[in-house]
Structure formats: structure tokens, C-alpha cells
Design a binder for this molecule. Structure first.
Ligand code: CA
Ligand code: CA
Ligand code: CA
Length: 175
């Protein structure tokens, strides 16, 4: 957190009361999810950068004590094929968060709803997913927890799972 605090300190002096300071730190912590190497339980993000897709999982502790869980994926494919998935009825990408025990997918913890879906020539089929959960929802073991996002690509015409993507894991100590 030292970098966030030093950022706050260079702001104009005398006007930063305690409450404002707290909200500034929270904003910096959230917007810095990509670049800051903060503690795993406060702000963490990991991306696979795989050849066929890029799957990112981020977990950020909010200042109300809850956790914002974000998943983003690009499944590399042609624009036409991506548009076909989008034109079908229902969500072609679905996300569940699972516990990881010794590298194996263990408990089902919760689903993450789709918040944005797009097709592009550069990235293929892209989806964003967001939810806010309690620490208890991420608590898959007593003591340290490891969680992963699992994304399924579904042809909703035939209700077929065309592919499954698994994120890297994020480690925390919830709740
Ligand atoms: Ca575990
Ligand atoms: Ca477990
Ligand atoms: Ca735990």
C-alpha cells in the first residue's frame, strides 16, 4: 500500500481529511488493479495470455469489505465466427469460480454474470464478467484459499460446450 499512500501525499495538503484519504486510497487501489503488485487479498490480477485465448481473473477488496470479482476473456477466432456466437440466443460465454486444491479444480464457489460481450477482428469473441461477493464466498479451504475462473464457450443453438478455459489461480486468505 505504500505506493498508494505516497500518491495521496503529493496531493494538496491541508484538504485531505481522514475520510477523504480513505476514499482516495480505495480509488487508487481499484484503478491500479492491473499494474500494482498489491497483496493478493487486496488487489490481484492474473492473465493466461494463451495462444488460443487470453483469460484474466481479478479480485479486488472494496473498502466496504466485499470483493469485486472481474473476469475478462478474448477467445481468438474470426470476426464472422464470433458474431455467430453473439447472434445465437443466450450467453455464449459462462463463468464459474472454483476452488483449486493441489492444482485441481475443486469446489464450485459461484457464477459470475456476463456484463459485456463483443466481436472484433483483432481479438475474436470477448466477454467481461463482474460480481461482488463476501469473503465467505471465496473461502474454499480453512486458512489459505486458491481460486480459478472457468469459462465455457457454448454454442447455444445446440447447447454444446465448444471449449473450456481455465484461468491462473489467485491465492488469498478469505474470509
Ligand atoms: Ca485450495
Ligand atoms: Ca478446497
Ligand atoms: Ca480460507
Amino acid at each position: 500500500m505504500s505506493r498508494e499512500l505516497s500518491t495521496v501525499r503529493v496531493r494538496p495538503r491541508g484538504r485531505v481529511n481522514r475520510r477523504l484519504l480513505g476514499s482516495l486510497v480505495a480509488v487508487v487501489a481499484m484503478s491500479g488493479a492491473v499494474g500494482l503488485a498489491a497483496g493478493p487479498a487486496s488487489a490481484a490480477q492474473t492473465c493466461t495470455g494463451a495462444a488460443d485465448s487470453n483469460l484474466c481473473l481479478a479480485i479486488n477488496r472494496l473498502d466496504n469489505g466485499l470483493f469485486a470479482v472481474h473476469v475478462g476473456i478474448d477467445v481468438h477466432m474470426s470476426l464472422d465466427r464470433a458474431q455467430e456466437y453473439i447472434d445465437d440466443p443466450g450467453d455464449p460465454l459462462r463463468v464459474t469460480i472454483r476452488g483449486d486444491d493441489s492444482g485441481k479444480l475443486a469446489e464450485f464457489l459461484f457464477t459470475v454474470p456476463l456484463t459485456a460481450l463483443g466481436a472484433s477482428a483483432g481479438f475474436g469473441l470477448s466477454g467481461d464478467f463482474d460480481t461482488v461477493v463476501t469473503g465467505n464466498a471465496l473461502n474454499e479451504d480453512s486458512g489459505q484459499d486458491e481460486v480459478r475462473a472457468v469459462v465455457t464457450l457454448i454454442d447455444t443453438d445446440t447447447n454444446t460446450v465448444d471449449a473450456t478455459f481455465v484461468s491462473n489461480r489467485i491465492t488469498g486468505n478469505w474470509p
